[in-house]
Ligand binder design. Structure first.
Ligand code: 2BA
Length: 116
């Protein structure tokens, strides 16, 4: 098996459940180690997935490119009644437009990487 480079950046990709497995497969196929974690969006409280991938600096753009290719955003109207904080005030009563699908991407510096 090929020696893997020490990761220096942690890509944190929050994506919809329906795109997560395809994204995970593609990352791994292209040689980027990745872990999928089940997560929940705080606003819609829908299940989504967070994929973490530790890669060398030069691979970050490719990880983002793959993510953009496989995760497409669309707009959806959501009834306010379905939101968990309805009644808190401050939100309109008519359906609100939200972005679903797509990806929210964070890239963090890795201070230290060890495997035991
Ligand atoms: P949720 O928090 O469930 O948010 C789902 C979508 O609802 C958001 O899509 C956005 O279009 C809308 N939205 C969120 N907060 C809102 C608000 N206060 N008022 C009106 N509309 C609001 P995305 O921005 O694509 O975010 C998708 C998911 O990515 C989020 O799910 C959350 O799980 C994560 N996320 C986004 N930004 C984040 C951040 N800065 N930190 C941590 N997680 C984040």
């Amino acid at each position: 098996m090929r020696e893997r480079p020490t990761p220096s950046k942690l890509c944190l990709l929050i994506v919809s459940d329906s795109d997560a497995d395809r994204l995970l497969n593609r990352l791994v196929t292209e040689g980027f180690p990745a872990t999928k974690i089940g997560s929940t969006g705080g606003f819609l409280r829908r299940g989504n997935a967070t994929i973490i991938s530790g890669v060398p600096d030069h691979a970050v753009d490719r990880v983002i490119e793959i993510t953009r290719e496989l995760c497409h955003a669309r707009r959806e109207f959501v009834p306010v009644q379905s939101l968990p904080f309805v009644g808190d005030g401050g939100f309109p009563t008519e359906p609100i437009e939200v972005r679903v699908g797509g990806a929210t991407i964070f890239v963090l510096d890795i201070e230290r990487f060890e495997q035991a």
